[in-house]
Design a protein around this ligand. Structure first.
Ligand SMILES: *[C@@H]1O[C@H](CO)[C@@H](O)[C@H](O)[C@H]1NC(C)=O
Ligand SMILES: *[C@@H]1O[C@H](CO)[C@@H](O)[C@H](O)[C@H]1NC(C)=O
Length: 400
């Protein structure tokens, strides 16, 4: 179970002075005799970037699926699933790599100047819920496991202080999932649909991911033996989600597109599913302010949003450790600036996917980018939850 030690130890720097005084006195004492919880937290409760067990940003950890009484406002959830990829596998090691790369994020130095807040030291109780232990042998079972796990965790009660807040955004927990390949978006959308109804998707990616499953050679449509298992891939999950009517009509946006297509028909299929597209080049042509304003005005500030960030939206020169690299992408800085510029959106769930560390260099560039992107998403979630003008959105639906 998670402890409060990180919160307590880091809440005040004066604790460090206290620990020093007690350290002298402790030389003459029996081990631990007379030490209070606060003394121990102040003395031993803070890790360096390089010490400690690897959780995201040294956050407290709970196996939330096993301990459903765990309370949190925002949780990191690893989804180490990569058996629906079309090219390089290995994203099952993504959550591990991103956690390791987040090690220099600490609550004592987590202040984000652009947002004027430290997401790890504000109203939100943020914890690392660990990973979904998802099977690599059976994708149908994996899909079920991921859907069930996400649904359970996104329904879990937030702490009493948050649920009593005037700000509706605080009343349901938000999950930030670390992939895993991009197919994990389907179980997520199924779960979010149960909780919020239809949501819009704001999708940063070099690829459409709305492809019809028949556009892959694996789809053998045998009318005598119909089997739609091959429909579930990291390039088709938004097609399936649309097919299941999980996505809000005409509100979703792709940004950063640049991949080759089967033909212009791919874009027409995407149109028919109600998406709006911004290409990688649009950033140069429109400029960052115009593009971000266009995204926000298209989606709307009240709309519940699933923010899905495929790390391959960044150029593979800067983020090589990914499943389907596409040269000519944005810089890490451009992606981060865009994410900051859309921080008014009503994000009810988010992911960072497709980090495949075996293809990353010894610099951990891809995993570091993913960890930084996750930090920005957490910052924006916390900032959103501080605004008294926060729209109610759909997150306090009557049936809950
Ligand atoms: C979903 O796909 C099936 C084919 O598998 C099709 O018959 C059906 O019309 C589709 N539904 C929607 C809403 O796209
Ligand atoms: C979505 O866009 C299509 C095509 O423009 C239109 O026919 C449909 O009515 C729109 N749906 C909504 C809910 O606005």
């Amino acid at each position: 179970m998670w402890s409060v030690q990180a919160f307590v130890a880091l809440s005040t720097l004066s604790g460090l002075g206290l620990a020093h005084l007690h350290a002298d006195a402790a030389d003459t004492q029996e081990p631990f005799v007379g030490w209070t919880r606060e003394d121990l937290d102040a003395k031993w409760g803070t890790d360096y970037g390089f010490s400690g067990i690897s959780t995201f940003a040294h956050l407290p950890h709970s196996r939330c699926l096993q301990y459903p009484e765990t309370e949190y406002d925002i949780a990191i959830l690893g989804v180490p699933f990569d058996t629906a990829v079309s090219y390089r596998p290995g994203a099952r090691f993504g959550p591990r790599a991103i956690r390791a790369a987040s090690a220099r994020q600490t609550s004592f130095r987590g202040y984000n100047p652009r947002a004027n807040l430290n997401p790890y030291a504000e109203w939100a109780r943020i914890i690392d819920c660990g990973d979904i232990p998802v099977t690599p042998f059976d994708n149908a079972l994996a899909l079920r496991q991921m859907t069930e796990a996400y649904t359970n965790l996104a329904y879990t009660n937030v702490p009493a202080a948050s649920s009593q807040s005037d700000i509706a955004y605080r009343r349901k927990p938000k999950l930030l999932t670390l992939g895993g390949d991009h197919s994990i978006g389907l179980p997520t959308l199924r779960a979010l649909n149960k909780i919020y109804g239809n949501v819009a998707v704001v999708h940063f990616d070099a690829h459409l991911d709305t492809w019809h499953p028949a556009k892959y050679p694996s789809a053998w449509f045998d009318p005598n033996n119909p089997n739609e298992q091959s429909f579930f891939t990291h390039g088709t999950m938004f097609w399936v989600a649309h097919n299941e009517s999980l996505i809000m009509e005409n509100k979703s946006v792709h940004a950063g597109l640049r991949t080759r297509l089967s033909g212009i028909g791919d874009n027409e299929d995407d149109d028919a599913q109600g998406w709006t597209r911004f290409s990688t080049d649009d950033l140069d042509d429109m400029g960052l302010a115009a593009m971000s304003q266009s995204i926000v005005s298209h989606v709307g500030l009240d709309t519940p949003v699933y923010l899905s960030i495929d790390i391959d939206v960044i150029d593979p020169g800067l983020a090589p450790g990914t499943g389907t690299p596409e040269p000519g992408g944005w810089t890490t800085r451009e992606l981060i600036r865009l994410l900051r510029a859309i921080d008014g959106l009503n994000v009810v769930g988010a992911d960072v996917v497709e980090v495949s560390p075996a293809y990353d260099g010894s610099t951990e560039a891809t995993a570091l980018a993913a960890a930084q992107v996750a930090f920005e998403v957490l910052t924006s979630m916390v900032k959103k939850g501080m605004s008294a003008n926060d729209p109610v959105g759909a997150d306090v639906r009557d049936e809950l």
